[in-house]
Every structure is written in structure tokens, then in C-alpha cells.
Design a protein around this ligand. Sequence first.
Ligand SMILES: NC(=O)c1ccc[n+]([C@@H]2O[C@H](COP(=O)([O-])OP(=O)(O)OC[C@H]3O[C@@H](n4cnc5c(N)ncnc54)[C@H](OP(=O)(O)O)[C@@H]3O)[C@@H](O)[C@H]2O)c1
Length: 335
Amino acid sequence: MRYRTIGDGRTSFDVSTLCLGTMWMGTRTDEATSFAILDRFVEAGGTFLDTANNYNAWGLGHGHDSEDVIGRWLASRSIRDRVRIATKLGAAKKDPALPLSTSEPTNYQGLAADIIARESRESLRHLGVDHLDVLYGHVDDRDTPLAETVGAFGELQDAGLVGITGISNVAVWRVVEAREEAIRQGIAPYGLVQQQYSFIHPAPKPGRMNFVTPELLDYAAASGVDGRPPLAVTAYSPLHQGSLARPDKPLWGGVDHPTTHARIRLLHEVARDVGATPNQVALAWLLGGEVPVIPVVGASSVAQLDEILGAAELDLDASVRERLDAEPMERLAAA
Ligand SMILES: NC(=O)c1ccc[n+]([C@@H]2O[C@H](COP(=O)([O-])OP(=O)(O)OC[C@H]3O[C@@H](n4cnc5c(N)ncnc54)[C@H](OP(=O)(O)O)[C@@H]3O)[C@@H](O)[C@H]2O)c1
């Protein structure tokens, strides 16, 4: 396993470069399997865990299921100090009687100060911990003034309840404004942005703000120097939920277009040539990019995790990266 430092200019700590996503733990993935996956991750040197206060309230659970599993696992293993826990708030159900949806109307709680104060403490309680290493806003909230959201995160940091803050599913300009607002208020700015990202890309669509863009990577690359506080990018669904390697998995989320099919073929060719699996190459591509990204990757079995762990130290040499990054339209034309 490899490690990198994340921070916000005031607080910093090391995390494993692979972050384990726990979204299905306690619902689709039963507790015994979840514990086995968590044990294996830590045994392999993994230290970074990702959860949220709404996993998974859109179908099978009440919302805190994954936090509860992690809480029981931490208590039974007594290893709180060996892991860094990131959770998220703002996208749990505002009205518990209504369904949660990712499209309008979403029924999200949002990022008002009272929600942040209350829900962060709820996450502490469910996880059974006295501080959250990372707390993200799960979705942007344009109806609440940024000054209020940022101020509420700052209060949690002042109280020692939260280390680094971050934001997810957000436009780049909103990240910039929030970080500038934090600095104006004398608060540590967001140090992490979590967006969807994998080796395949969705077709552009107005309003699609939840994907890692070249602009976000450029902004992250320019952070941490010249007085700009650091900013790291974490990528959710880095295996596109299995569809990079498995024909049984749908190409959801606007990615089912010819470029994607060409890139998936290329991924498989490269994997054969380097003696790795397509999933491993896809993760190594994220980890070793010009702007390294932390994959937040899920596994529903220890066997899946073992394959994922094989990516942690897989280095793609420059010629392989060049091949992977070749203009997909040129490849399509040549096919
Ligand atoms: N910020 C956000 O809004 C947001 C949104 C979504 C997710 N997340 C975070 O990101 C994490 C990962 O996201 P994700 O689960 O959507 O995507 P993912 O990591 O791309 O996909 C995980 C799924 O891929 C399949 N898989 C994993 N390893 C495999 C292997 N070795 N061989 C074959 N299939 C394999 C499994 O599907 P099966 O279980 O079907 O076998 C697994 O559940 C979540 O746990 C969560 O922490 C954040």
C-alpha cells in the first residue's frame, strides 16, 4: 500500500492512496462480509474509509447503515487510531416520509448550519467515534449562503470534532468560492473534493456538475503552492460500479457512447499487455495521473477487494499512459 498526505493548510495527515468505499455495507453487503472486507483492507495497509449518513436510504436501508457497520467493526477491533474516516452529510432525507432521489425533487437536507451541526453529531454517534477525520458536504446546496455552510464546518473544526472538510457533487467555481469564503472567515478551507470519475467519461450534459473535469484537476494541481491551501481530489465509482470489466454491468450515467466502448477495449488490451486486470489498470491510471486522484472504491467480497488491492502498487510507465490517454476519436477512426 502507498500513502499520501491530505490537508487544508492547517490540518494534515496521511491516508492510503486507495480509499475503501463502504456504501453497501449493512444493506447489500451483510455484516460478516463487510467486517471481512474491512479487516482485509486494514491488513493490506489500507487506512482511508469512506461512508455517508445516507447509505443507503434510497432503497434498502435507513441511511446510517454503513456508518453503523463501521462503528461496530471499530468497536470490535479497537483500531480507531489506525484508520481515517470520511463521512458526508447534506444528502440524507429531509422528509423521512418521502423517497430520496438523485434527480429533482431530491428531498436532500442540504447544508444549512443547523443541519451540519446536528447531522455531524449524529454521524459521530453512529460511528461511535469522538471525531471525524474528514467531513464532506455530500451535495452542493445553492439555497444556503456559502458563508453559512463554511462557517458551520469551521465551528466543527474549532470544537475538535472534524479534521479536514470537503465537498462532493459540486461545480468547480463553487469550490473556489467556498475556499475563498473560508479564508475570509479565518476558517480552514475545503481540502478535498469528491466527484465521480473513472477511465470512461459521460457525454457532456448541461447541469452535470458531479464529474471530475480537467478544470478541477488543474485547480487541484495549482493548490498547495504560492499561498494556495492544498486540495486533493477523491473519485467515487472509479470502476464505474464494475462495468469497466463486466459485461453484465450497465454503462449507466450517460457513458454509453462509442468513445466509452473504444476506451474499454483499450483498457482490456493494455491490461493483457501489462499482465494486470482491467480494474487494476483503471485504478492505477487514476492513482498515477499527472494530478493523482484517490479512488474511493467499493468491493462486495474479499476476492473483489484482493483484485483492487493489486492496483495499489501498479505503476503504468509513460508509454502505457500515453497509449491509454491517446485521443479516443483517433482510435475510433483507426478501428
Ligand atoms: N460522493 C458521492 O456522491 C458518492 C456516490 C457514490 C459512491 N460514493 C462512494 O464511492 C464508493 C464506491 O462507489 P461505487 O460502489 O459506486 O463504485 P465502484 O467502486 O466503481 O464499484 C464498486 C462495485 O464494483 C464491483 N466490483 C468491485 N471490485 C470488483 C472486482 N474486483 N471484480 C468485479 N467487480 C468488482 C462490485 O459490484 P457488485 O457489488 O455488483 O459485484 C462493487 O460493488 C462508495 O462505496 C461510496 O463510498 C460516493
